[in-house]
Design a protein around this ligand. Structure first.
Ligand code: CA
Length: 234
């Protein structure tokens, strides 16, 4: 398997690279978040250090998850429970704290790969464009089209929509969306989520694009064109 190793520490990267190579993996090592974003599409699994020089690792994790579904294990010195919870909620398949035992990490890699290989393909998994009604959400290109015309969203508005569109059959709790988009459900103003959902509905002109599940969260909806839209768009 081809591994992407995101680690800025040379000694750690050498040790991990050697262990992975001994187990038959090919390894591409990068030390910066922006290189990781550029190369992640070729990875079959990802090992991610959170302490990187150019971008916070959790932010990188969220961005990687919008473009890539490969199994991902966080390998980090951050050992607070809150870090671990945030890492897992942001989409990590496992979380290993440094210093770790190499054999254990290798076993965890095997375990995560088994689990993700056995799971049926999810909606959104490897599917870059999600369609609902006349709305097209391009998750990889980060664009939205309504009735064929591109609609400009803010980064956060798109991130909220991407969380919903990546798993359209699921209802997503407010906490999950806040964690994934803002990084911390406890710090993010819960109200800002409603503001962004309102922005999404208004800018797309499709109120039904986001379905409210009262008291819990949101789900991708199946929007109808507004009344008075030309017949060709219905
Ligand atoms: Ca580091």
């Amino acid at each position: 398997m081809h591994a992407l190793l995101v680690e800025d520490d040379d000694r750690m990267a050498r040790a991990l690279g050697t262990a992975l190579a001994l187990r038959g993996h090919t390894v591409r090592r990068v030390g910066r978040a922006l290189e990781a974003l550029r190369l992640v599409h070729e990875a079959e699994f990802v090992l991610l250090d959170l302490g990187l020089p150019d971008l916070d690792g959790l932010e990188l994790l969220r961005r990687l998850r919008t473009v890539c579904d490969a199994p991902l294990i966080v390998v980090t010195a951050r050992c607070e429970e809150r870090d671990i919870v945030q890492g897992l909620r942001a989409g990590a398949d496992d979380y290993v704290v440094k210093p770790f035992r190499m054999a254990e990490l290798m076993a965890r890699i095997d375990s995560v790969r088994r689990r993700t290989a056995a799971a049926p393909a999810e909606h959104g998994g490897g599917r870059p464009v999600v369609r609902t009604g006349d709305v097209e959400v391009d998750l990889a290109g980060r664009t939205v089209r309504v009735a064929g015309a591109e609609v400009r969203l803010t980064r956060r508005e798109f991130d909220v929509l991407a969380v919903l569109a990546a798993r359209p059959d699921e209802v997503h709790s407010r906490e999950e969306i806040l964690d994934r988009v803002w990084g911390d459900a406890f710090l993010a103003a819960s109200r800002s989520l409603d503001v962004h959902v309102a922005g999404l509905r208004a800018k797309t002109g499709r109120a039904g694009l986001v379905r409210t599940v009262r008291g819990f969260g949101y789900q991708l909806g199946r929007p109808a064109p507004p009344p008075g839209a030309p017949d060709g768009l219905r």
